[in-house]
Design a protein around this ligand. Structure first.
Ligand SMILES: [Fe+2]
Length: 328
């Protein structure tokens, strides 16, 4: 059966829906050009457009479908929509001496190693708890020993450590970076209690009393800089494998001088570019139990770092801790 030809009104409605911001005359010219058999003149097409858009007296206005009426905006009415991506802010650590402690994994920390790191740096301007400070064992999605699933105990030990740190270094700027273990908390809420996600009382800053202790939180995906040195926890980019030299992986992945924890191993790597720029990267040892039940055999080592920085210049001393003593 032959297809029924479209009526003038159907054609004009299609054009009006497709070009809502076009002027009536412009639209009429367009319709006339593409449908010469339907309209004898541009003016005839224009009249039909005005009818459809409700610009042909009161009757047409009353009958016109709102979605076909001409939009008042000029060209450009349809702007690029607002992006949902939040503005990213780099945390810049004030010049001075920065003590960087990574992967403490409270309450599975190594007391002697933590004591060694805190003793080493007498008067730091800044202390960065560079991720995985709290283990959040109880909220892990991995199978875990129910005897150790004690969220209240983990939080209590973590608050006690932070209070100790503030008491011991009353003048230092203290930063708390969200590592992959702290992210366990947020992901736990997503899975088990999404209704609590927006509730302030369940945010990390409240759980660990950051405001009372004057501690600044650094987001899990937020970048940090001390002088010209970028600071990551190490989970920010996709890395599931265990590289021989994590500092080299950092150099390849970031292309800038970077220091990170996450792999619980001390390493260093540097390259010189053709224009004589040196890119140096470091990975820092951990301050937790080196033989956890879930991975009793590993190549981890205890350690911490001290960064001295001013302007874009910086110097890194990356220490290993052996038998309670710090070695470079
Ligand atoms: Fe860790």
């Amino acid at each position: 059966m032959a297809k029924k030809p479209r009526t003038k009104q159907q054609v004009v409605k299609e054009y009006a829906a497709a070009f809502p911001a076009s002027a009536n005359l412009t639209l009429a010219k367009h319709i006339y050009k593409e449908n010469p058999n339907l309209f004898s003149t541009i003016e005839a097409a224009r009249s039909a457009v005005r009818h459809v858009r409700g610009n042909h007296g009161k009757q047409s206005r009353d009958r016109a479908l709102p979605e076909l009426m001409k939009k008042n905006g000029k060209a450009g009415e349809y702007k690029i929509p607002k992006s949902l991506v939040p503005k990213k802010r780099i945390v810049r650590i004030p010049d001075g001496k920065t003590l960087l402690l990574s992967d403490i994994h409270l309450p599975f920390h190594d007391v002697e190693a933590v004591e060694c790191a805190l003793n080493h740096c007498k008067d730091p301007t800044n202390i960065i708890l560079n991720g995985d400070t709290v283990d959040f064992y109880a909220t892990s999605r991995w199978e875990s020993d129910p005897n150790h699933r004690d969220l209240a105990g983990e939080l209590q030990a973590s608050r006690q450590f932070l209070m100790h740190l503030r008491e011991r270094f009353p003048k230092a700027n203290i930063y708390f970076k969200i590592g992959n273990h702290e992210e366990r908390w947020e992901k736990f809420l997503w899975r088990k209690a999404p209704e609590l996600c927006g509730v302030p009382d369940f945010k990390m800053e409240k759980l660990l009393r950051f405001e009372d202790l004057d501690i600044q939180e650094i987001g899990g995906r937020q970048l940090t800089k001390a002088g010209g040195l970028w600071i990551l926890h190490g989970h920010e980019f996709f890395n599931t494998f265990d590289p021989v030299n994590f500092a080299r992986t950092l150099q390849v992945k970031t292309g800038v001088s970077t220091i990170a924890g996450h792999k619980h191993k001390t390493s260093q790597h540097s390259v010189k570019s053709m224009d004589n720029n040196t890119i140096a990267c470091w990975s820092v040892g951990c301050l937790c139990d080196l033989e956890p039940d879930y991975m009793p055999v590993n190549q981890w080592n205890l350690g911490f770092a001290e960064i001295t920085h001013k302007g874009k210049k910086f110097e890194v001393n990356n220490y290993r801790i052996i038998d309670g003593e710090a070695y470079r």
